[in-house]
Design a protein around this ligand. Structure first.
Ligand code: ADP
Ligand code: ASP
Ligand code: MG
Length: 414
């Protein structure tokens, strides 16, 4: 008997018949004698609909009320899933975050889970019940509902797996594993059987939305074995070879390593250039301090050497949704003369190659730049870490760049 945490994403519970299929998958695990805890996302499209409503009513809304609205989608899906399981004769009930309780920080729409009360869940598991828990939500220090950021149910699932000491955390989604790149834009992408936490973390943080970044971080810290697999199979027709998707695990469990394991892209990028920044100590601290005070995360940064020893240009990237806030923070936070013109461009994407093999192989970045050059794609900004190289390019070339790089690093399926 194993203890399993199963997570079902939005498309997996998008319609009534999909919910019935998911219930059958859960029932199969429960009947096999496993202890099962389920985390569920809102039905697909629901969270987007709720976010759009908050914007229609009030653009500059109260973050606490925003969370109260957008957390509602998971209340519906968890209740429906519990009903579907009860119909199959399984003792299931839904839990909202506050009923568990899932305690989080107070950072609305980007809260972090701090503690999960497990006593009642343990009691129910011992009695063979299946708790169906609303993902993405928790309870802040002031007892207000919080949410964990888009895709947050992945993180809820890993947090429960860690808190309950689960043997595995299964992330059921609409693809049957983690691929060498998004299979929606590269049909020749290949499924990866096993991937290390570090590489998965880098892929997720560079835009591969198959797992929320924070969920991989938590899995790495708590050594949770994460499996990504498809819910789009009929359990009755499932063959043994259909089941394993991708296992996210420790690197030493992986035999074969590629130099580049995967390619990620993110369209949610904006480039900001500050012209005529004085070339003297303290200016960068002021500029990035103003952005930090406004809660804006900065990703890539480049600064040129100054030709006249007086001024230079400073370019950096922020999330596309943060661009207006960033420009406002710069204008309000800057002292006179700290920069001239501000140029913001949201028509940019980031493409990244990721692989642990980069630590020991040279020429990896060179191949990336040559491949992009052959396609006539101009690189606007570059940033690197030990196991990744990212480039900022014009948005319209995103798919072309990802496909060309996928071929260049021999990742295409035959
Ligand atoms: P869910 O609703 O189940 O959480 P998501 O839409 O958040 O599902 O994540 C699954 C999607 O992630 C896939 O449909 C796929 O388009 C996308 N994706 C991006 N990069 C990858 C990758 N490297 N491997 C697999 N899927 C990826
Ligand atoms: N429903 C939330 C979202 O769409 C959380 C999730 O699906 O993981 O972002
Ligand atoms: Mg998701």
């Amino acid at each position: 008997m194993s203890r399993l945490v199963l997570k079902f994403g939005g498309t997996s519970v998008g319609r009534a018949e999909r919910i019935a299929n998911v219930a059958a998958q859960i029932a199969r695990e429960a009947r096999a004698g496993h202890e099962v805890v389920v985390l569920v996302s809102a039905m697909s499209g629901e969270t987007n609909r709720l976010i759009a409503l908050t914007r229609e009513v009030s653009v500059l809304h109260d973050a606490r009320e925003y969370d109260s609205v957008v957390a509602a989608g998971e209340q519906i899906s968890s209740g429906l899933l519990a009903m579907a399981l009860q119909q199959l004769g399984i003792q299931a009930r839904s839990f909202m975050g506050w009923q568990v309780a899932i305690r989080t920080t107070g950072a609305h729409s980007a809260a972090r889970i701090e503690d999960i009360e497990t006593a009642e869940l343990e009691d129910r598991l011992a009695r063979g019940h299946v708790p169906i828990i609303a993902g993405f939500q928790g309870l802040g220090p002031d007892n207000r509902i919080t949410t964990l950021g888009r895709g947050g149910t992945d993180t809820s699932a890993v947090a429960f797996a860690a808190a309950l000491g689960a043997d595995r955390c299964d992330i059921y989604t609409d693809v049957d594993g983690v691929y060498t790149t998004d299979p929606r834009i590269v049909p020749k992408a290949q499924k990866i059987a096993r991937i290390g936490y570090e590489e998965m973390l880098e892929l997720a943080s560079q835009g591969a939305k198959v797992l929320q970044t924070r969920s991989v971080e938590l899995a790495m810290v708590h050594k949770v074995r994460l499996q990504v697999l498809s819910s789009f199979v009929d359990p009755a027709k499932m063959k043994a070879e259909d089941i394993p998707g991708t296992l996210v695990c420790d690197e030493d469990e992986i035999v074969e390593q590629q130099v580049v394991s995967g390619i990620a892209y993110s369209r949610d990028e904006a480039k900001i250039t500050l012209r005529d920044v004085p070339d003297k100590p303290g200016i960068a601290a002021d500029i990035f301090g103003a952005l930090d005070n406004a809660g804006v995360n900065v990703d890539m940064i480049v600064q040129n050497i100054s030709e006249d020893n007086k001024t230079t240009d400073l370019t950096f990237t922020v999330g596309e949704t943060d661009v207006d806030r960033a420009v406002k923070a710069l204008k309000q936070g800057a002292k006179p003369g700290e920069f001239g013109e501000i140029i913001a461009d949201t028509n940019v994407s980031k493409v990244s190659i990721v692989g642990i093999g980069m630590r020991s192989h040279g020429g990896v970045a060179r191949k990336m730049f040559e491949t992009l050059a052959q396609k006539g794609i101009n690189i606007l900004v570059i940033s690197t870490s030990e196991i990744k190289v990212s480039v900022l390019i014009e948005s319209e070339y995103t798919e072309l760049a990802v496909r060309a790089l996928h071929s260049a690093y021999d990742l295409d399926a035959d």
